[in-house]
Ligand binder design. Structure first.
Ligand code: CA
Length: 377
């Protein structure tokens, strides 16, 4: 079997109302899907995290290297592509592009063997995964004290047993809102906070101390990803586990985070950190360091399906025991017109759990009508 074409698809959709995290407003959602076709008629789909207008051209530029290769040789293709461009792209756009390509190759591999990717990644450890609700962003109007509390209570009513709140909007306000959300959802629900690295270590420690009494599951990206010493300072000063890694790439990047124990929970994005091939290696490295792995997920149904395939094969966080602590799916609940539309069958949660797709490859089919509708010409 040989690869005959590699096509990037840049997609875009306007939002009904903008929303913000600590560093920017969104008024559109974009996506970058990778479609790889073979001479045997199999087609694989992948997705790249990151700026679609930039990862698209990188995927297109990599296409000539891939055409004619055996799509089943995922590790070899990964390694040769990385090695060829190592001097120019150890992190960032190149690895994001390579991630989408790798996921599409895994989709082909699963379809070729007639099994879901997780079977080829070592076998399914679980048939469904607990999801936490990612939402609680800022809106342009209304009182966050009111709408964030209502939104959080809504997730609990839907069956989610954990929710993640965006912080990084000023320490005092963050602390006030964290307290309000905790009081509204009650003590039995997981509550995590995410600053998207809007703070330095001094500010993050101050916020951490203020919200420590509210039983915070993790403090995500308290400080910029490059600041390993800053992470260690925050970790030493507060009693909340630190999470991060959506801005880190490959086994080489995560090696530093794991060896320094800068994070308690690593969150590689399957569509950014190197695809299924690389993220399985990073997960094995995390297990060797007994550091927890919960994938970052922010994309369409293709990203969701790829993340679920990896999640199915991840070992529990803890060493083997009767009460294992299981990895969770990050389930983005913000508006994303493309997310489910792109799938022939949507990936939804049921009382906070999401079933692992068990069809061949990623276990999804692409809705061609939606693909055409959202494609940027
Ligand atoms: Ca995040």
């Amino acid at each position: 079997m040989k690869i005959v074409s590699v096509r990037p698809h840049i997609l875009k959709a306007a939002l009904s109302q903008p929303f913000a995290y600590s560093r920017a407003w969104y008024d559109t959602r974009m996506a970058m899907l990778v479609e790889i076709a073979t001479d045997e008629g199999l087609t694989g789909w992948g997705e790249c995290y990151g700026p679609a207008t930039m990862t698209g051209p990188v995927v297109a530029a990599l296409a000539p290297r891939l055409i004619g290769q055996d799509p089943l040789c995922t590790d070899r293709i990964w390694r040769e592509t990385y090695a060829a461009l190592r001097d120019h792209g150890q992190k960032g756009l190149l690895i994001e592009a390579l991630s989408g390509i790798d996921i599409a190759l895994w989709d082909i591999k699963g379809k070729h063997f007639g099994v879901p990717c997780h079977r080829l990644l070592g076998g399914g450890v679980r048939g469904r995964v607990q999801a936490y609700a990612t939402g609680l962003y800022r809106r342009q109007s209304g009182d966050p004290m009111k709408y964030l509390v209502e939104e959080a209570v809504g997730y609990v009513a839907e069956g989610f047993s954990a929710v993640k709140l965006k912080v990084g909007f000023g320490i005092e306000e963050d602390a006030r809102l964290t307290q309000a959300v905790r009081e509204a959802i009650g003590p039995g629900i997981g509550l995590m906070v995410d600053a998207n690295h809007a703070y330095d270590a001094t500010a993050a420690i101050r916020l951490g101390r203020l919200i420590e009494p509210f039983d915070i599951g993790w403090f995500e990206e308290p400080v910029p990803p490059e600041d390993i010493a800053g992470h260690l300072a925050v970790k030493a000063a507060i009693g909340i586990p630190l999470a991060g890694g959506e801005c880190e790439f490959t086994r080489y990047g995560f090696r530093e985070l794991l060896a320094t124990r800068a994070l308690d929970i690593i969150q590689p994005d399957t569509c950014a950190a190197g695809g299924l091939s690389e993220c399985k290696k990073i997960a094995d490295m995390a297990e060797a360091h007994t550091i927890r792995y919960n994938p970052h997920v922010w994309g369409t149904g293709v990203a969701l399906a790829a993340s679920l395939q990896l999640l199915a094969a991840l070992q529990p966080h803890t060493p083997p025991s009767l009460v294992p602590l299981e990895p969770m799916l990050e389930f983005d609940r913000t508006e994303h017109p493309i997310r489910q539309a792109i799938l022939a069958e949507p990936i939804e949660h049921e009382k906070g759990f999401v079933r692992i797709p068990d069809g061949p490859g990623l276990g999804i089919a692409i809705d061609q009508g939606a693909l055409a509708r959202f494609t940027v010409q």
